[in-house]
Design a protein around this ligand. Structure first.
Ligand code: PMP
Length: 311
């Protein structure tokens, strides 16, 4: 169970144990929420949130797609998050802003229910384990397909949509794998349960496009930039399942998983079965960027501003 001293809720800092909602919260019944997963790193220049503004922009975008007006500005949310980190005494942490339809008229029509917002933060290590992050994880293609644009909005990070990832996660864990890979409804590779995917073949990289109903990962975006800066090509395109078996290297990116190699897919070793050289090269630069050790990518380290009243 994660914990912290306080949570920011609807404009106020409240004790962790007092951050509560009604059982008639619309989002609890119908999944009408949108959220973010963000990490703050202890960098040489102080705590810095990785691409904080990009995450806040995606939160607003997700909210807009489901007709939710967030009752705070982007700047207010950023300042509240910074203050939350300081008040909790964190230097590195995971941050979870959640915008949701609260208690209002019951029934499916959500637009008359209030839009509430909470931001929680806690200390969280590597999502798929230190060993997995270092040496790679074993993944398998899920029997569940990625939710598609005919039914929901895959580009929105919406709470209800995560039952799809949860189905794949439970299936893969029960079968003894660390991660499940979802195909899109056409049968092309889409993403992991909470990560975007990259393959390397003959020193060329590829990653599924939005047409495979991916969530547009902020780390995917950063890693594409790093790859291109290194002089490699990375194509956004349809990827056939079989390409996973033929890939020299295979890795995934996400805020929780950061950059995690995949060492085995559907019981086939990927390449040599060890993280490959391009994965390692990209990962080293990406890790430096996350931890504020890279001058080139310092633009991504949004330093936590200590509010005057919290010191
Ligand atoms: N896909 C899904 C379904 C996710 O939940 C996440 C995590 N937010 C990602 C991809 C990766 O996105 P990001 O790099 O922004 O964390």
């Amino acid at each position: 169970m994660v914990s912290a001293d306080c949570v920011w809720m609807n404009g106020e800092f409240v004790a962790f144990e007092d951050a509560k909602v009604s059982v008639l919260t619309h989002a609890l019944h119908y999944g009408t929420g949108v959220f973010e997963g963000i990490r703050c790193y202890d960098t040489p220049r102080g705590p810095a949130v990785f691409r904080h503004t990009a995450h806040i922009d995606r939160l607003f975008q997700s909210a807009r797609m489901y007709f939710m007006d967030i009752p705070f500005s982007r700047d207010e949310i950023r300042a509240a998050t910074d203050e939350l980190i300081v008040r909790n005494g964190f230097r590195g942490c995971y941050i979870r802003p959640l915008v949701f339809r609260g208690a209002g008229p019951m029934g499916l029509y959500p637009l008359n229910s209030p839009v509430e917002i909470a931001i929680a933060a806690w200390e969280w290590g590597s999502y798929l384990g230190d060993e997995g992050k270092l040496n790679g994880v074993r993944a398998r293609v899920s029997s569940w397909r990625r939710i598609d644009s005919a039914s929901v909005i895959p580009a929105a990070k919406a709470t209800g949509q995560y039952l799809n990832s949860i189905n794949a996660k439970v299936e893969s864990e029960k079968a003894g794998y660390e991660e499940g890979i979802l195909l899109d409804t056409r049968g092309f590779v889409s993403e992991g349960t909470g990560e975007n995917l990259f393959i390397v073949k003959d020193s060329k990289l590829a990653t599924p496009h939005f047409t495979s109903d991916i969530l547009g990962g902020i780390n995917r975006h950063s890693v594409i930039e790093i790859i291109r800066d290194l002089g490699y090509t990375v194509e956004e395109r349809d990827i056939a399942r079989g390409e996973l078996y033929m890939a020299d290297e295979f890795f995934m990116t996400g805020t929780a998983a950061e950059l995690t190699p995949i060492r085995e897919i559907d019981d086939h070793p990927v390449g040599t079965g060890r993280p490959g050289p391009i994965t390692e090269r990209v990962r080293a630069i990406f890790e430096d960027a996350l931890h504020g050790r890279s001058e080139r990518y310092a633009k991504w380290n949004d330093l936590v501003e200590v509010p005057a009243r919290a010191t």
